[in-house]
Write a protein that binds this ligand. Structure first.
Ligand code: SF4
Ligand code: SF4
Length: 947
C-alpha cells in the first residue's frame, strides 16, 4: 500500500544474524531482516502481507536475552546478535509443533490435496508422528455452510491469520474468536455458520490460512500440488479494478484462481475473481457457427420460450436461455458458410442503403486489440461511425463532462492513492459491491485517518466507514454539490491560487452557487439537512487550507452518471476539485470508477461513435486522413449514433443491419420491450459471443467466440493500467479467437486484415495514438504500465495526471456551472415509488457469465426487489412476498426483500435476471451530452403479485 501522507526518512541499524553482518532500515523486524539475508525462520501465524502479532511463537530466535524473542514482531537494534538455529530453538519449535499436532485432523485434507499445510510440513521437518485427535468434533464442528469455503475448526491452530486477512486487508470484520480453552475457535459474526454470516466470500481468509482450517470448496477438480498444475499469470475478467490473478489448470480445466501481487490489488480478490471463473467451462458454450433456419422466419413475435420468461410466467430461479427451446430455430454451419453469409448480408445493405444503415456494438469485456479491430471493421469495412459499446450505458456522461472541462476522459489518479488523501468523497458508488477490491483500499484509508464522505441515495456498506453520510433524494446531486460550493466560496475555503493559475470560468460558477444554492435552498431540493451540508463543506475545506496543500480525492459511480443530468452531476464534482485545487497532486484527483474490465480500454481503442482511437475526432480532417492512410480507405466524417439511438433506428427501420460482439442489449438496454421489438425488426443481425444470449435469440448468424481465459490481449483498468491477459485454456470445439473472427469478417466486407498476431494489432493501435505510444506486449510484463508512459522501458507510467496543465486549448481547467434539473420521470399518484437499478456483488451485468458460475449462482440464485420496511408496511406487503413492480413501460414479478439501507419511497432491483428483467421498467430518456439513459430513476408502483 502507498504509505499514508509523507514518506519518512529511515535511519539504519547494523546487526548480525547467524554470523552474517547486515544493515537494515530502523524498524525492520528480525524475521524480515533474516529473509533479506536469505535465512528462512519458520512461522505459522506470520504472513508478510499481514501485520505481525507474534502469537504462535514458532518464529522465536535467540537474541541473548533471558527469553527467546518472536522474530516477526521484534525489531532489529544496533549491535544485536541473533541466532535463528540452535538445539534450544529446535527443541522449542519441535515441542510446539507436537502440541499443535495433538488437535490436528488426520488425515489433513489440505496436506493430502496440496501438500502445503504448514503444520504438517513442520511435523515432517521435525520427524513427528501425527497423534490422533484428542478433542471431540462436537467442540469444533465442521462448517460447510459457505458456498465457497469449507471450515474445519479441528485443523485451526488459532494463528489469527484469517482474522487479520478479513479485518485488516479486506476490512470485512466478519471473523473473530469465541470460546475458551479447548473450546476456543474462530467465529463468524456472532458465532453464526459462515454461510449465514455477513461473509462476502472474498476468500482472503482461506488464502491466508496456513493449515486446512479454511479451504476453498471444489468447483471443478480438487486443488492439487503445484507441480501437478500449470499456473498462468493473467487478469480477472470482471470489473474495472483489473485484479492480477494466477489461474491454475490441470487436464484442460481451471482448478483454482489465486490473487497475484501487483500494484493494483496487492494479491487481493473478491468473490467473482476468486470463484467466478468456471463459466468458461460451462456446457452451454457456443461451439459451432449457427445460422437461422428458413422455417424460423419471420423472427417476431417472441418465441414461446422468451414469452414464457416474461413477467408473471415464471417464479423459478435460474432463468437462463433454454437451449432446448431456442436451438431448433438454428442449424449448425461451417465457418465459411457463416462468414460468407455475414459478408453478403452486410455488403448488400451497405451497397443499397449506405453504411449508415448498419451499426456495431463492440464489447468492454473484449481486449483493446478486439475493440480496435471492431471499430476498424465498422468504420473502414462498413463505412459508418455507428459503433458504440456499453460505456454509453455507464460513464458516457462522466467522460463528456471530463472532456469538456479538463480535456481528458480518464481518471487523473489511481484509486490506491486514497491512502494519501485527507478526504475521500464517494458519490453514487456502491463501491464494496461494484469495485470490491478498490473498496478495500478505501476502507483501509478510512481506518488510517482519511475522512470519508459518502453521498448516495442508499446507505451502502461503504457508508459504514464514513465520517459523513449524506443521503440525497434521487436525482438531486446538482443541488447538493452546488450547496457545498456555495459554502466553500462563502467561507473562503477555496484554493484561490489554483483557481487563478489553472482554471477559467470561476466567476460564473461562483455567481450561480452564491445566488441560487445556499444550504437552505439546496436542502429543500436534496433533502440533506443544512447543518450536514455545512459540516461536509467544512470537512472538504479542511483539506483545502489557504494556499492549498491538503488533499481530496473524488470517486464516483453510476449513481452519478446514469441520469438525464449525468453530465451536470459530473461537472459539479469536477468544479469541486478545481475550486479546491484538488487535481494534479498526491492524494487528489477525479476517479470515475470504471465498470467493465476493459471499459477504459474499449473507449481508448475507439469503440465510440464520435472518435477514432485515443479520442481523436472523426470530424477532424487531419486526423481522419491519418486513419484513412493507415486503413487504406475513405472514412465518414460524421459522428455516428450511440447505443440507444441505434436501437431506436432499428425500431424505426433506418438501421437495417447490426453486428454485436459480446454485448446483450436485450437485457442491458433500457425499456427492454422496445429493444426486443427493435432486435426483431432488424433485417440482419450477427452475434459473436461465447453463449447463446437473449440477444442472440434474434440473430440470423451466431459465431462462437473465445472466452477471456482462452485468449491473449491487453486490458486497461480503471486506473489506466494496461495489463496483458494470457490464455489459460483452448477455445472449445470450433470456437475461434475473437481477433481472428474480426479479421475474417473484415475481409468478407472487403477490408484487408492480414495481422499475424494479437501483438501486431496492438502495435498498429498504439502507433495511431498518443497515450499508448511506446507500449508493447513484451514491455507490459506481469504488472503492466499506466498510460501515458513516456519511458516504458524503465517506468511504470504516469500515476498522477495534469500536475501543471490540462490538455485543453488554453491549458486551463474549465468551470461549467449547472443548475438543478429534475429527473425525466418523477413519482406521481399512479407510480409513487422511485426505482433504482444496479448490481449485486456476486453477479455481473446480464448474468451470462456469473449465472453459469456454480458458486456465484449458489450464493445469489434469484432476483429480488429491495424495499424499505416502511414501504412494505405502507403497501400491505411482507418480507419474502412475491410482488409485482409496474412502470409506464412494463411490469415484472419477483420476491420482496426488506432493506433498511434504502430510503422510504425508493426501491432497488438488479438487472442480472432475465426472468425479472429490471430493464423492462427503466426509462430510455437520455442525458443530452453523454446520451446515457436514466437507469437510476423511473417511477413505479408495487403491489402483491396475486392482487
Ligand atoms: S471469505 Fe472474506 S469476508 Fe468471508 S470470512 Fe473470509 S475474509 Fe472474511
Ligand atoms: S474486484 Fe473486480 S477485478 Fe478484482 S477480483 Fe473482484 S471482480 Fe475481479
Amino acid at each position: 500500500m502507498i504509505s499514508n501522507h509523507n514518506a519518512v526518512e529511515h535511519n539504519t541499524v547494523e546487526l548480525t544474524i547467524d554470523g552474517h553482518s547486515l544493515r537494515v532500515p530502523d524498524g525492520t523486524t528480525i524475521w524480515d531482516a533474516a529473509r533479506m539475508a536469505g535465512i528462512a525462520i519458520p512461522a505459522l501465524c506470520h504472513d508478510p502481507g499481514l501485520d505481525p502479532v507474534g502469537v504462535c511463537r514458532m518464529c522465536v530466535v535467540d537474541v541473548g536475552e533471558r527469553v527467546l524473542a518472536a522474530s516477526c514482531v521484534r525489531e532489529c537494534s544496533d549491535g544485536m546478535s541473533v541466532t535463528t538455529d540452535s538445539p534450544t530453538l529446535e527443541s522449542h519449535r519441535r515441542q510446539l509443533t507436537s502440541l499443535l499436532l495433538t488437535e490436528h485432523p488426520s488425515p489433513c485434507q489440505q496436506q493430502q490435496q496440496t501438500g502445503d499445510c504448514a503444520l504438517e510440513q513442520l511435523a515432517s521437518q521435525f520427524d513427528l508422528l501425527q497423534s490422533t485427535r484428542s478433542v471431540s468434533d462436537t467442540l469444533r464442528p465442521r462448517d460447510q455452510s459457505s458456498a465457497v469455503i469449507s471450515v474445519d475448526h479441528q485443523a485451526c491452530i488459532l494463528c489469527d491469520r484469517c482474522i487479520r486477512a478479513c479485518n485488516d486487508i479486506q476490512s470485512n470484520d466478519v471473523i473473530g474468536r469465541t470460546g475458551k480453552g479447548v473450546t476456543a475457535r474462530i467465529a463468524f459474526d456472532l458465532d453464526q455458520p459462515m454461510g449465514q454470516s455477513r461473509c462476502v466470500s472474498c476468500g482472503e481468509c482461506a488464502a491466508a490460512c496456513p493449515t486446512g482450517a479454511l479451504v476453498g470448496q471444489t468447483l471443478t477438480l480438487p486443488v492439487l500440488e503445484p507441480d501437478q498444475m500449470t499456473g498462468v499469470d493473467t487478469i480477472c475478467p470482471y470489473c474495472g479494478v483489473g485484479c492480477a490473478i494466477t489461474a491454475w489448470t490441470h487436464k484442460k480445466t481451471i482448478v483454482e484462481v489465486q490473487g497475484r501481487q501487483s500494484p493494483v490489488n496487492h494479491g487481493r480478490l473478491c468473490v467473482k475473481g476468486r470463484y467466478g471463473w468456471d463459466y468458461t467451462l460451462h456446457a452451454d458454450r457456443l461451439k459451432t457457427p449457427l445460422i437461422r433456419r428458413e422455417s424460423a422466419y419471420p423472427k417476431g413475435p417472441l418465441s414461446a420460450e422468451v414469452a414464457d420468461s416474461l413477467p408473471g410466467k415464471t417464479r423459478k430461479p435460474g432463468g437462463l436461455v433454454d437451449l432446448d427451446t431456442v436451438l431448433p430455430a438454428f442449424r449448425e454451419a461451417t465457418w465459411d458458410e457463416a462468414l460468407e453469409l455475414i459478408g453478403h448480408k452486410l455488403t448488400s445493405i451497405r451497397d443499397a442503403h449506405t453504411g449508415n444503415a448498419l451499426a456495431g456494438f463492440g464489447s468492454a469485456k473484449g481486449s483493446n486489440e478486439e475493440a480496435y479491430l471492431f471499430q476498424r471493421f465498422i468504420r473502414a469495412g462498413l463505412g459508418t461511425n455507428n459503433v458504440d459499446h456499453c460505456t454509453r450505458l455507464c460513464h458516457a456522461s462522466s467522460v463528456a463532462a471530463l472532456m469538456e472541462t479538463i480535456g481528458s476522459g480518464a481518471v487523473t489518479n489511481v484509486f490506491a492513492d486514497v491512502a494519501r488523501a485527507d478526504v475521500a468523497l464517494i458519490c453514487g458508488s456502491n463501491t464494496t459491491v461494484n469495485h470490491p477490491v478498490a473498496a478495500t483500499f478505501i476502507k483501509q484509508a478510512a481506518k488510517a485517518g482519511t475522512e470519508l464522505i459518502v453521498v448516495d441515495v442508499r446507505q451502502n456498506e461503504i457508508a459504514d466507514f464514513a465520517t459523513h453520510f449524506a443521503r440525497i433524494r434521487p436525482g438531486t446531486d446538482v443541488a447538493f454539490y452546488n450547496a457545498l460550493l456555495h459554502v466553500l466560496c462563502r467561507d473562503g475555503l477555496i484554493d484561490r491560487d489554483y483557481i487563478d493559475s489553472r482554471t477559467e470560468g470561476f466567476e460564473q460558477l461562483q455567481s450561480l452557487v452564491t445566488n441560487d444554492y445556499s444550504p437552505a435552498q439546496a436542502s429543500a431540493i436534496c433533502g440533506v439537512a443544512v447543518e450536514q451540508i455545512e459540516a461536509i463543506a467544512a470537512t472538504i475545506g479542511r483539506a483545502t487550507p489557504p494556499g492549498g496543500g491538503g488533499s481530496m480525492i473524488v470517486f464516483w459511480g453510476m449513481g452519478v452518471s446514469q441520469h438525464t443530468t449525468g453530465t451536470d452531476n459530473a461537472r459539479c464534482l469536477i468544479s469541486l476539485c478545481l475550486a479546491t485545487g484538488n487535481i494534479g497532486r498526491p492524494g487528489t484527483g477525479l476517479h470515475p470508477l470504471r465498470g467493465q474490465n476493459n471499459v477504459q480500454g474499449a473507449s481508448d481503442a475507439g469503440l465510440i461513435p464520435m472518435v477514432f482511437p485515443d479520442y481523436q475526432p472523426v470530424s477532424d480532417d487531419k486526423i481522419r486522413r491519418k486513419f484513412s492512410t493507415a486503413w487504406g480507405c475513405e472514412l465518414d466524417p460524421t459522428p455516428g449514433l450511440t447505443v440507444v439511438e441505434i436501437m431506436k433506428g432499428a425500431l424505426q427501420g433506418s438501421i437495417r443491419g447490426l453486428y454485436i460482439m459480446g454485448e446483450n442489449p436485450f437485457s442491458s438496454d433500457p425499456n427492454a420491450n422496445t429493444v426486443r421489438q427493435a432486435l426483431s425488426n432488424l433485417e440482419f443481425l450477427a452475434v459473436q459471443d461465447i453463449f447463446l444470449t437473449e440477444t442472440a435469440e434474434f440473430a440470423d448468424v451466431i459465431l462462437p467466440a473465445s472466452s477471456y481465459f482462452e485468449k491473449t490481449g491487453t486490458y486497461t483498468n480503471t486506473d489506466r493500467r494496461v495489463q496483458l491477459g494470457r490464455p489459460v485454456l483452448e477455445p472449445p470445439h470450433e470456437a475461434r479467437q475473437d481477433w481472428e473472427i474480426l479479421c475474417q469478417v473484415s475481409r468478407q466486407v472487403g477490408l484487408e486484415s492480414d495481422y499475424q498476431s494479437v501483438s501486431d494489432v496492438f502495435d498498429e493501435f498504439t502507433s495511431l495514438t498518443h497515450n499508448y505510444q511506446g507500449l508493447s506486449h513484451k514491455l507490459l510484463g506481469s504488472t503492466g504500465r499506466l498510460w501515458p508512459c513516456p519511458n516504458p522501458q524503465t517506468d511504470d507510467g504516469t500515476q498522477i495526471l495534469f500536475e501543471d496543465r490540462f490538455p485543453t486549448p488554453t491549458g486551463r481547467g474549465r468551470f461549467v456551472p449547472c443548475s438543478y434539473q429534475p429527473a425525466d420521470e418523477l413519482p406521481d399518484d399512479q407510480f409513487p415509488l422511485v426505482l433504482n437499478t444496479g448490481r449485486v456483488l456476486e453477479h455481473w451485468h446480464t448474468g451470462t457469465m456469473t449465472r453459469r458460475s456454480k458458486a456465484l449462482d449458489a450464493i445469489q440464485p434469484k432476483a429480488f426487489v429491495a424495499i424499505h420496511p416502511d414501504d412494505l408496511l405502507k403497501y400491505g406487503l411482507v418480507d419474502g412476498q412475491w410482488v409485482r413492480i409496474t412502470s409506464r413501460r412494463g411490469a415484472i414479478e419477483l420476491e420482496a426483500r426488506s432493506d433498511l439501507r434504502l430510503q422510504p419511497g425508493s426501491i432497488f432491483i438488479t438487472f442480472h435476471f432475465r426472468e425479472a428483467a429490471a430493464n423492462t421498467l427503466t426509462n430510455d430518456a437520455l442525458d443530452p451530452y453523454g446520451k446515457i439513459p436514466e437507469y437510476k430513476i423511473c417511477a413505479v408502483s408495487v403491489c402483491a403479485a396475486d392482487s
